[in-house]
Ligand binder design. Structure first.
Ligand code: FAD
Length: 414
């Protein structure tokens, strides 16, 4: 769509939060535009066909807390099939390199760590989650690896109170045609101006003036949904400045998770929806989902500092690491059966600069600070503003709906 010169509500960003806000304002009678820097909607939800018969979610893939996830109902309405196969994360196919007894020992150590963390959070003191690792426990590096997948960061940079605030119902489902594809369908009718990067928001006058790469417009209300790293680095500037928002965003950095998709020859040799951990005694390793949905492929997942190192090493580094780790487990013969198809690069993505937010130790309260409206005209949404479903796509969407409700209440009060 072409950029209007005036609107009632401008929404910055067409990810889950921005689309959630736009959908919630659909029948409000207010004029709305969503300003999106990319040439597509969805943000950190992005499905590609890595090969003609291989669906690959470069960003979100799991409907976490499926029984409380608002995208489950939306998927039903839009006729997207949901796969309820249990995630294989606690398994090791063929028991290779990680026999059942070791696995049980690890799970015990992991659950004990979560138990200590839960207990510690009751004190209300906000420490680094790493403080609740048992000193000298041999599984600590692997518990840290799990944190790099869940938080995108090692435990030394994760707030214990934030970790405990997350609501995990342990029900994890998937969208067969891709979470990103679902997001695209959800936003299909939203009034989005693509390729329209917002550079400056001037809220000094009665109406908010917005400068974009496509020109200027003014709005009565603005909902900002861009990722925290972009607020923290002031990639988008506010006038007057909003130091409390910048400070909050800096306390909620995006951790890093990256994925690689490998095509698999002779797939029958491996179980459908199987799992392999690349190693057991270190943090720097990949996790491998074998034949997701039964497809002829393996999806690798890397998190935290190791994911950053691999991404910085350039295109193909995730695939090379994945093939090395899988070959070390299944035999060198597997090298010729695996072919790199695609990999994500979220840290270098200028409109994400990371994967999902976690609170730094001492900063758990910053989610509420980031979410708070300013002067009844600027509103904030995005996964990082969700009190209990942060770091997820449904948390982002629900936050957009919450910001839309705040806009409506403020309009009604004028
Ligand atoms: C590898 C990976 C795996 C993940 N796995 C899962 C998972 O399994 N389940 C799950 O629920 N979540 C997962 N997530 C997290 C989930 O994808 C995000 O939490 C969610 O999509 C964030 O939505 P959002 O609307 O808050 O932000 P975004 O999706 O980032 O949307 C913000 C939008 O703002 C745009 N933008 C940025 N700057 C500007 C600007 N200046 N002007 C205009 N537009 C701008 C961006 O292009 C983007 O489209 C994963 C993420 C990654 C990267």
């Amino acid at each position: 769509m072409t950029l209007p010169s005036e609107v009632d509500v401008a929404i910055i960003g067409a990810g889950a939060a921005g689309l959630g806000a736009a959908r919630a304002l659909e029948n409000s009678g207010l004029s709305v535009v969503v300003l999106e820097a990319r040439r597509r909607v969805g943000g950190r939800a992005h499905t590609i066909m890595a090969a003609p018969d291989i669906t690959f979610d470069l960003g979100c893939g799991w409907l976490h807390s499926g029984d409380k996830n608002s995208f489950v109902q939306i998927a039903g309405q839009l006729d997207f099939e949901i796969d309820k196969t249990r995630p294989p994360w606690r398994e090791q196919s063929f028991d290779i390199g990680f026999p059942p007894r070791e696995r049980a020992d690890f799970i015990e150590a992991l659950d004990a760590f979560y138990g200590r963390a839960e207990e510690a959070a009751k004190s209300g003191r906000d420490n680094a989650a790493s403080e609740y690792l048992e000193p000298g426990n041999r599984w600590n590096p692997m518990i840290d690896a799990i944190s790099t997948y869940v938080n995108g960061s090692e435990l030394d940079r994760v707030s214990i109170l934030d970790m405990e605030a997350y609501e995990d119902t342990e029900i994890n489902w998937r969208v067969r045609r891709g979470y990103g594809a679902l997001m695209e369908a959800y936003g299909a009718l939203c009034p989005v101006a693509l390729d329209c990067e917002v550079k400056r928001i001037d809220h000094s006058g009665k109406r908010v003036r917005i400068e974009t790469s496509q020109g200027r417009l003014s709005a009565g209300k603005v909902i900002v949904t861009i990722p925290t790293n972009l607020i923290a680095s002031e990639a988008l500037r506010f006038h007057p400045e909003l130091p409390a928002k910048i400070d909050a965003a800096r306390g909620l950095p995006l951790g890093l998770a990256n994925k690689v998709m490998l095509a698999l020859d002779e797939p029958e040799a491996l179980p459908k929806d199987g799992n392999l951990r690349g190693a057991t005694m270190r943090t720097a390793m990949g996790g491998y989902h074998l034949r997701p949905f039964g497809q002829a492929c393996i999806e690798g997942f890397f998190g935290g500092r190791f994911a950053r190192e691999l991404e910085d090493a350039g295109d193909g580094a995730l695939a090379a690491q994945g093939i090395d780790e899988i070959a070390a487990l299944l035999g060198n013969d597997f090298r010729r059966k695996l072919k790199p198809l695609s990999e994500s690069r979220w840290a270098h993505d200028p409109f994400a600069q990371g994967s999902y937010s976690h609170a730094l130790p001492g900063h758990a309260g910053k989610r509420a600070v980031l979410a708070a409206p300013v002067d009844g005209r600027l509103f904030f949404a995005g996964e990082a503003t969700s009190p209990n479903f942060f770091s997820t796509a449904h948390g982002a969407r629900d936050s957009g709906e919450r910001a839309a409700r705040e806009v409506l209440a403020s309009v009604a009060g004028e």
